[in-house]
Design a protein around this ligand. Structure first.
Ligand code: AP5
Ligand code: MG
Length: 230
């Protein structure tokens, strides 16, 4: 049995959303969880940044919006996610990071996933002061998108340990855009926490501590929500 088979047996086909403020660690944790569970990590932010890098019509439209810390319109985002969730690798499950982030997107997602609904929604909780420090010191590889902290030894020579690209500050990780993104989070995305609590899908996970500590908390939640009691 390969590692992936074992992981898939331990955490079968999870369908999970990660909510949480900008810089809470959604991308960091979703990458690890997706690898362990053998499902794709679907980050709308990563998809948009790839479109910007590739200079596609979507990327050209999204760049200005993202750099200002604003939200790309719902109809654009819903189309992208609908297409992505219908690709074959999403059959076994997925971890969504950064979508939905408005009530309209949550309503659309419920339609898209009507046949195979969500297992769990996690609110990864980290307060404003900590996320601002994390975002300000984040570096993202311009080649493969890997996320690092600025003081990570793996990028001490100025190159990405995975692909040799250059770790840089994201264009929206500047003070003005960070403030705008946090305001929009409270206004547009935080109401989703109550919504998913009301429908019984919400789990709250403390996002403070080391990456390993947070990962262990998330795994416990995935285990509890995907293991059928015997
Ligand atoms: P997106 O890319 O989704 O950004 P975000 O929501 O602002 O979230 P971040 O990526 O900033 O934070 P994260 O929680 O992933 O943190 P990370 O793991 O990197 O969206 C970007 C833009 O795209 C939006 O503003 C919008 O314009 C557009 N967009 C995307 N989706 C959209 C949608 N659905 N609708 C409309 N518009 C959309 O961690 C942060 C840092 O902390 C890293 O350096 C990491 O190394 C470090 N770190 C992580 N965990 C820990 C820990 N435990 N201890 C210490 N440091 C840690
Ligand atoms: Mg992210």
């Amino acid at each position: 049995m390969t590692f992936d088979d074992e992981a898939a047996t331990a955490h079968p086909g999870v369908r999970m959303l990660l909510l949480g403020r900008q810089g809470a660690g959604k991308g960091t944790q979703a990458t690890r969880l997706a690898q362990l569970c053998g499902v794709p990590h679907i980050s709308t932010g990563d998809m948009l940044r790839a479109a910007v890098r590739d200079g596609t019509p979507l990327g050209l439209r999204a760049k200005q919006i993202m750099d200002a810390g604003d939200l790309v319109p719902d109809e654009v985002m819903v189309g992208i996610v609908d297409d992505r969730l219908h690709l074959p690798d999403a059959d076994r499950g997925w971890i969504l990071d950064g979508f939905p982030r408005t009530v309209g997107q949550a309503v659309a997602l419920a339609d898209i996933t009507a046949r195979r609904p969500l297992d769990v929604v996690v609110d990864l909780v980290v307060d404003n002061a900590v996320v601002i420090e994390r975002i300000s010191t984040r570096r993202t590889c311009d080649g493969c998108g890997t996320v690092y902290r600025a003081d990570d030894a793996a990028i001490a020579d100025g190159t990405c340990a995975k692909c040799g690209g250059t770790p840089r500050q994201r264009d929206d990780d500047q003070p003005e855009a960070i403030s705008r993104r946090l305001v929009l989070y409270e206004r547009e995305t935080a109401p989703l926490v109550d919504h998913y609590r009301d429908v019984g899908l919400l789990e709250t996970v403390d996002g403070l501590g080391t990456e390993d500590e947070v990962f262990a908390r998330l795994l416990a939640v995935v285990d509890a929500r995907t293991t059928t009691p015997s």
